[in-house]
Design a protein around this ligand. Structure first.
Ligand code: 2AM
Ligand code: CA
Ligand code: CA
Ligand code: CA
Length: 264
């Protein structure tokens, strides 16, 4: 039997410890490298934070497997057993340039089913958390279920870069949706934007390309609140692949799919 309350207790300790290290790093000179392109950044703190979690998870739960963005975890072809899906810093560009608007994201899955989700706003010390079937919380305060929403009243998290030519979708297909919504916002951290959907600060979040560690935790939290998470074809998201994503309030999700995306 998996002891989820022990896992939860330790994860919270490790998040606080990571916060201390990350805040301390603001006073140091970061080692910044690039990955897929010149704007795809990674720092020593991304790597150290991932390694810190992996060392602790391996010491306490040697049978669990770990998927981490920076590659210190395991390789995956299935999601059998207990799997931790970790983004040590989501919003690295914000971390480097702004020292805010970045999150730690941890989703813990059991045979592919989301059990514990943590989205941690490090600078504000705000932890968004859900345990499947037991509610979602922000710093211990229960979050209300998401209400239905309309496109015309919606603020949508959306990166303006998807409106110039990209490898994923013809940007013109999105013009009608962008025209009809009340407003768009671009925060540069998928974890932050999904946490904002969970609290109603955003009504939807759209991305053409996210990796599993970008949404694994947020999916558990938003679904616990009655929100819907699919790709832009309206299908279940795949935790073993990079793909598009639409995270939304109920009702609004169906509306966006039917009115704007069903041809994709
Ligand atoms: P990251 O900061 O952990 O890399 C930026 O709009 C959002 O998209 C962030 O959540 C960022 O996560 C994510 N993202 C995913 N793949 C990316 C890539 N190749 N380059 C930059 N950001 C990426
Ligand atoms: Ca990254
Ligand atoms: Ca990320
Ligand atoms: Ca990251």
């Amino acid at each position: 039997m998996t002891n989820w309350s022990e896992i939860d207790k330790l994860t919270r300790v490790w998040l606080k410890e990571s916060r201390k290290n990350i805040i301390q790093s603001f006073a140091t000179i970061l080692e910044i490298q690039t990955k897929a392109n010149v704007n795809d950044l990674v720092t020593n703190i991304d790597k150290e934070t991932e390694q810190f979690f992996i060392e602790n998870i391996r010491a306490n739960f040697p049978k669990h497997r770990i998927m981490g963005e920076e590659g210190f975890g395991d390789k995956f072809t299935d999601l059998n057993g207990v799997v931790w899906i970790i983004d040590p810093i989501d919003g690295t560009m914000n971390f480097v340039h702004q020292q805010r608007n970045f999150f730690i994201s941890i989703g813990i899955y059991d045979n592919g089913i989301g059990i514990l989700g943590y989205l941690y706003d490090v600078v504000h010390d705000e932890l968004y958390f859900a345990k499947a079937g037991e509610g979602a919380y922000c710093n211990g305060k229960k979050l209300p279920l998401l209400s239905e929403g309309l496109v015309e009243n919606a603020i949508v998290g959306f990166n303006a870069q998807w409106l110039v030519s990209n490898n994923y979708m013809d940007p013109k297909k999105l013009f009608p949706l962008i025209r009809d919504v009340r407003g768009t916002r671009s925060y540069g951290s998928a974890a932050l934007e999904i946490a904002y959907v969970a609290t109603g600060r955003l009504d939807s979040y759209i991305s053409m390309r996210l990796a599993p560690w970008d949404f694994a935790a947020g999916k558990i939290i938003v679904e616990e609140l009655g929100g819907i998470v699919t790709n832009l074809q309206g299908e279940r998201v795949n935790l073993l692949e990079t793909g598009s994503i639409l995270v939304s309030k109920p009702g609004l999700h169906e509306n966006i799919m039917q009115r704007y995306l069903k041809e994709q």
